[in-house]
Design a protein. Sequence first.
Lengths: 339, 297, 269
Amino acid sequence: MNLLDIRNLSIELIHDDQSILAVDKVSLSMKEGEVRGLVGESGSGKSLLAQALVGVLDDKWRVHADRFHWRGIDLLRLSIEERKVLLSRDIAMIFQEPMACLDPTTSIGEQLTEAIDSGQLSGYFWQRKKQRHSAAIKLLHKVGIKDHNACLRSYPHQLTEAFCQRVMIAIALAGRPILLIADEPTAAMETTNEGQIFRLLASLNQLKNMSILLISHDIENITHWTNTITVMYSGQFVEAGTTTQIFSKPLHPYTRALVDSSPSANLHLPAKSRLKTLPGSIPILQHLPIGCRLGPRCPRAQQACVKAPSVTDFHGHKVSCHFPLVPLSPPKKTIKAAC
Amino acid sequence: MARDKIYLEETFPSPFMQLWLIFRKTPVAMVGINCFLFLIVLAVFGPLLAPHSPIDGQLDMLLLPPAWHIDGNVSYLLGTDELGRDMLSRLMYGASLTFGLSFIVVIISLVIGVIIGSLSALTSGIKSSFLNHFLDVTLSIPSLLLAIIIVAILGPSIGNTLWAVVLVLIPQFIHITRYAVKEESRKDYVLASRLDGASPFRILYYSIFPNITDRIMGQATLAQSAAILDIATLGFLGLGAQNSLPEWGATLAHGLDLFYIAPWTVYLPGLAILFAVVATNLVGEGIRHALKLRKER
Amino acid sequence: MPELLEVKGLSKSYRHKNYWFNKKTTTVLTPISFSVEAHQTLAVIGETGSGKSTLAKLLVGAEPASSGSIYLNGEALKSTSYKQRCQHIRMIFQDSGTTLNPSLTILQLLDEPLKLNTQFDEMKRKELIRTTLQKVGLLGDHMNFYPHMFSGGQKQRISLARAIILEPKVIILDEALASLDPSLRSQMINLLLGLQQQMGLAYILISHNLGIIRHFSDNIMVLSQGKVVESGKTRDVMNSPQHKVTQKLLLSQSFQLKLKPKKNKRKKK
């Protein structure tokens, strides 16, 4: 059973009586215990998508979807409050700059104990404080912090970014989520510490069977840690499939360009030669192209690209393009995007 | 690579224009600034437009109620006081005294405060601290008390209240300028300017000041509403405007004795003070609100 | 090829102003010497606190060096005069958001170094600005815009235009490519390579991203706590690192550099 099943999610921005589709009919599905990567450059709407999932967008955004299932429950039928209750219990999110996400005026210990749900504690109310404390220590051990006493007493600004990110993950784990959404967790830290955080997430996935949605703008970074990848461009769905399929045989020109711009593809190039890039730059919200938004930049663009492409499925490898790169065999099924 | 579309249909607003465009969209702020401009026009042209003299009264028109009363007279639109002086003319002259003076006070303290604040931000160490806290001693003394001291030394007059209020307002500008300049000078473009070989004065003028004027303007409106109230209070106590100068606070004080017979001599100047302070505050709120929205964009 | 930039014994130490009597000095950069030739790129890597940014600031003249000297084409550069230095050594910063003054148009922004350092008249300056903008891939009309109307990639191009407008010999890239998206990064690299060929520039690249360094640089220098622990040609150092600091840095990103297909760890149960 799919853990999360979203079909044709769109997010509209209402501004001065104009509505702009920031996210245009994106589908995403996750199974239990899966680590999925969501790749897109700035302006692709990946953070918006994650925030819409958790339900933290403010009133100027409007969200529609054809299907939004969570563990088999149809969330579109529920009211907003019920949806929020359900999702906030099961989904947790960690963000980009961990030091900025922690309260600078309280110690880590207080913030961690605050995050622990009182439903998990048993016992009489005079025992609660001690139980919270021991639960906090257990959480710190789970994320690999052995010296818990020093950590509980210190304030966020006294720790490094990687440490703060571990604390954020511990706080996220306090609610015992089923899905953890990591929105560019390592963007603010040095590359030497990135590996630690990714290894931690991988171990959490293996040991507790927790699903993870890793959002990143760098496809190279996450290919080692994910099972499946979804690629987005400028709010539209581009490609989705297993990591090996995406990395070794990208079907969409944009994915091919992303893979080409990663360092491991350039190992074969002679030093100081020109890299392969797509011309142009990412369109801004006020000037979005109609139809396929990669159109103006795509080397394979033709007349048909002014209409938004539908999603084609090649053995589980989904592509949204009129002219995909290498159709290996006749497509298995074509899923029409609702216009 | 260049964009394929150029902004043909859009204008290129500078940050200041952006601020103005956001300001224009807030109706409350626009009401405020219209009232503010009205008051400025009144302050400048009031003495020319006033129908009667504010000082010489008509002895046969004592304590006339405003024109909407049964006993009122249309040529004395807002009534007269106990010496037969027309309230409307007094209020219009008073605008140039209370409001106009507060404006001048703010400008003087702004200029002095910004100069000292920039000097303090450009230097470092003890000199910088000294300049920063130089006039903080006046913050500890309420402007009223300071005015009494000055008046005790120099004698009561409206010029002395001006100096008292200026002294009290300067430290705010020093602090806010110093903080803003220090914050801006940490940014990379100031370093880039410095590396290009610009002198510190040039950096201050071209790179830093355009970016901090908005904050200083927001502070200036706060200072002005304080100044209006201070000048009016000092006039009310008899320490500021003397004799028959039609300053709003003084007019209010004069009318207090006759409150039960002629309430309009009290509430009209009071309303005028309220109007001025509210207009200034609305403009200040509008500026700060627009600054916040512009930062979010 | 003659050496363009030669650095001898450059060092920097700070004195703490904590106590009036007990002045502690911390050495951020021990005396280092290196040289860069035209058309070459030197990459500088190290962890935070190893002194890379200090080195960049010393080279460009933002801070005076405690000792040592810098020679450009054989001539010594005076550490106090900016005017001489800024024409030859320029720098591009990391954060494109704060690197451009938001209240000035691009024209005014690029005009400033020209007004301060050259004697050209207004027409000539405008023409020069237009050609420079075209060189970095923007349109001449863009000079009337304000910085907030550009995207991150375009802002970095404008910083590059500001750097090359005085036709320098050396450009220092202080983590300039770190905040860009991968596709914009590739475009920027192509642009930098083209300019290097055209104008004979030398680059000093400070970066964390070893993939770019491998592709882009000829020589590499590894700093740790203010000392040069290893230096040499990029391919040699990256293929066989000698010092353990270098090995640690390379290991953390080693999966980017292996040529054989990576082992994909399956996470499913």
